[in-house]
Every structure is written in structure tokens, then in C-alpha cells.
Design a protein around this ligand. Structure first.
Ligand SMILES: [Zn+2]
Ligand SMILES: [Zn+2]
Length: 392
């Protein structure tokens, strides 16, 4: 099915795979192509409307990014050889490449168009798994991110008249760029759950970061100890996020689903399974219906186990947003396994599960002050909840 009958929008233009920092960079765009391949193998492209939006134009980029930064991106995009590290361009993390501006603006355009469609009531849910580039700052590239599509989508919603937008980021890294963009704006509640800044880039996202003087309590950070697994990760999410959303009452929920929390991810140190990632995706979907009239923009993000983890995780995300969730027990279609082998010479996983059945002890049943996950949750609740007039 397509068009009016679909409740959800899947933003996709093959050209987003031109967001490519080169062969030795961990953010291999094959992860996007393989995700779309797996989405198609499960027929989910027929359960959502697949739409390609135009690249974000200058007036949109300017909602978040400084004019001189956009000009610098354009310059290195035409001639990558001139990138010298200024504006974060031409660094190890963000090497310049030909067409960088166009590919980055195209990804941003998908998130912005998804947000517009939700706001206008065209669809309830929109997914852009190529997006979630949450480290990009108003005036510079950082952490594999050039333009901050998440911030741009939120800024566009505000421009259209939204008064309360909630952003929930479960990437293993702190959503620092989105937090920075709305640091002093009480209309945007940013919640990031990540590995503790003591052990991971970008070394921010401490619980004490709670928003600027005009927006105290609008930034929320849950900093989890390295090694946190399914139970702790899910417990922390449920001990913080639902209460805050209930209190804030967002008109739109924007979520970032970086898959780099996974135990196989090479760049970080949490130990989360695909099954727990899927459980949080389902929770975000439920929370969107419960607190945001169903308006849900779901984005991708990090994820560097590009064959074993990312495509399965985000295919689950698309299935959930399409109201056609993929059974974790489902076998991975043989056609996709062949595609994986042809493209990467690696063997694809066989099932849509890691074989875990995630569960977690409910926060309301009590906590253990000696437990490190509970200490992290307490630090967040104590830092933020009183600022919002909520009980810790
Ligand atoms: Zn990440
Ligand atoms: Zn729904």
C-alpha cells in the first residue's frame, strides 16, 4: 500500500548513501543501504509510504547553523583539499569529501520533511534512519555529524508553531548538539541516555547539565556506567523518561535510535542487545501515542556494527512505526543474506533477535543505593525533577 492508507512515512532517498567519509571511516554508508534492503526484504516498504524529500535549503539550515559554518561546508564540499580542520571539517572524525554539503543537507531534508508531515497531520509517524546526526553543533562539525538533522527538524516544528517538543536520544553517545541547540529554550525538552562521559566521547552529558537560565530543567542526562546491559539500560529508561514526558506533555516526540549501545559495537562500551533496543523502540512508540497524540519522528544515529546490528535494529524500528512489527523470532530473509555477502563478503545474522528476553525491575518497587545503575538514575532524578516541580 502507499499514499493515503499508510499511517507512516519512511523517508528515503538512495543518495543519502553519498554521506561517506571514506573507506577507513567507521560510519560506512553500507549500513544505510543494508538497512533499506532488509526493510524491503520484509515488505515494510509497502506498509509505509516511502518518500524522498528535497535537501534542506539555506533558510532551513540557518534555523540552527551559523551562516559562516554552512559556507565553510559548501567550500570543502566543492574542494575537499582545502579543509584544514577549521569548523571541525577535515579532521579524523569528519574528513571532508566531495558532495559533503549536498549529502548532509539531503539527510537533514528528510528529517525536516518528516517533521512537517507530522505537524500537518498527514501521517502519525515518520522515520528517517539516515538521520540522528546529533553531534553537529550550530557552528561546527563533530563526531561524524555535519548538519544536525534532529535539531533542524525540531527548529522547523517550533517555526511552524509547536510550543512543546520532546527529544529522547538513546544513542550510546551524549546528544550534545541537540542539547546545545535548545539549551536555553524551554519549549524543547532534551533527554539523552548514554554511556558515562568519563569513558566516552564527547565527554559531556553529566546529570548536572540541566539547561540554561531561561530553561532550567529542560535538559536531562542519564549517564550510565560502562558495561551496562539490558536490564540496567531498560530500568534507567523507564525510571526517567515516561514521568518526564507525562509532566511535559509534548506535542511531538522526536527520538534518536543510535544502535551503538549494542554489545558488538566497536566504538563504545555498553552491553545492550538488539532485543532491548527493540523494547525501547516499542516504548517510544507507546509514549508517542500516550503523550504526543501519536506524533512521532524516529531517527537513526550511530551504530558501527554495520552488518550484524544496525540493519536489524532499524528494521525493527521501521516495523514498529509501520504498525507491522517484525517478530524477533523471524528468520532473516535469504535474499538479504545474499545481498550482505555480495556487498561485504561477511555472513549475515540468521535471526531478528539476539535471543534475549529483556525485563527490568520497576523503579517504583524501590531502588538500591549501592547499585551503579540506580546511582545514575538517582543523580538524574535529583538534578532535574525538582527544577520541574516533580517529586524525586
Ligand atoms: Zn553514537
Ligand atoms: Zn502508532
Amino acid at each position: 500500500m502507499s499514499g493515503e492508507s499508510a499511517t507512516g512515512l519512511l523517508m528515503w532517498d538512495e543518495a543519502v548513501t553519498r554521506y561517506d567519509f571514506g573507506p577507513s571511516h567507521p560510519m560506512d554508508p553500507v549500513r544505510l543501504a543494508l538497512t533499506m534492503g532488509l526493510v524491503r526484504a520484509f515488505g515494510l516498504d509497502r506498509a509505509m509510504e516511502v518518500r524522498a524529500a528535497p535537501a534542506a535549503g539555506d533558510s532551513t539550515l540557518r534555523l540552527v547553523h551559523r551562516e559562516d559554518y554552512v559556507a565553510a561546508v559548501r567550500e570543502v564540499s566543492e574542494d575537499p583539499g582545502v579543509a584544514d580542520g577549521s569548523y571541525g571539517l577535515g579532521t579524523m572524525d569528519d574528513p571532508a569529501f566531495h558532495g559533503m554539503h549536498e549529502a548532509s543537507a539531503l539527510i537533514a531534508g528528510q528529517s525536516v520533511a518528516g517533521a512537517e508531515a507530522l505537524w500537518h497531520g498527514e501521517v502519525e509517524h515518520a522515520v528517517n534512519f539516515a538521520g540522528g546526526l546529533h553531534h553537529a553543533m550550530p557552528g561546527g562539525a563533530a563526531g561524524f555529524c555535519v548538519y544536525n538533522d534532529a535539531s533542524l527538524a525540531i527548529a522547523r516544528l517550533l517555526e511552524l508553531g509547536a510550543e512543546r517538543v520532546a527529544y529522547v536520544d538513546v544513542d550510546v553517545h551524549h546528544g550534545d548538539g541537540v542539547q546545545a541547540a535548545f539549551w536555553d529554550d524551554p519549549r524543547v525538552l532534551t533527554i539523552s541516555m548514554h554511556e558515562h562521559p568519563r569513558t566516552l566521547f564527547p565527554q559531556t552529558g553529566w546529570p548536572e547539565e540541566t539547561g540554561g537560565p531561561e530553561a532550567e530543567g529542560s535538559a536531562v542526562n542519564i549517564a550510565l556506567p560502562a558495561g551496562t546491559g539490558d536490564e540496567g539500560w531498560l530500568r534507567a529508561f523507564h525510571a526517567v523518561v515516561p514521568e518526564l514526558l507525562a509532566d511535559f506533555g509534548p506535542q511531538v516526540l522526536v527520538t534518536q535510535h543510535g544502535a551503538d549501545t549494542h554489545f558488538e559495537d566497536p566504538l563504545a562500551h555498553l552491553a545492550v542487545s538488539l532485543d532491548a533496543q527493540r523494547a525501547v523502540q516499542e516504548a517510544c512508540h507507546r509514549l508517542a501515542h500516550e503523550y504526543a497524540d501519536g506524533r512521532w519522528l524516529a531517527l537513526g544515529g550511530g551504530g558501527y556494527a554495520v552488518v550484524d546490528v544496525v540493519p536489524r535494529s532499524w528494521t525493527h524500528l521501521v516495523g514498529i512505526a509501520a504498525h507491522r512489527p517484525v517478530d524477533p523470532q523471524a528468520a532473516v530473509p535469504a535474499s538479504w543474506r545474499d545481498e550482505v555477502y555480495a556487498r561485504t563478503r561477511q555472513l549475515a545474522p540468521a535471526r531478528m533477535t539476539d535471543g534475549r528476553t529483556p525485563s527490568w525491575p520497576d523503579w517504583d518497587a524501590g531502588y538500591d543505593p549501592a547499585d551503579r545503575t540506580d546511582q545514575a538514575v538517582l543523580a538524574t532524578r535529583r538534578a532535574v525533577f525538582p527544577l520541574r516541580g516533580m517529586l524525586t
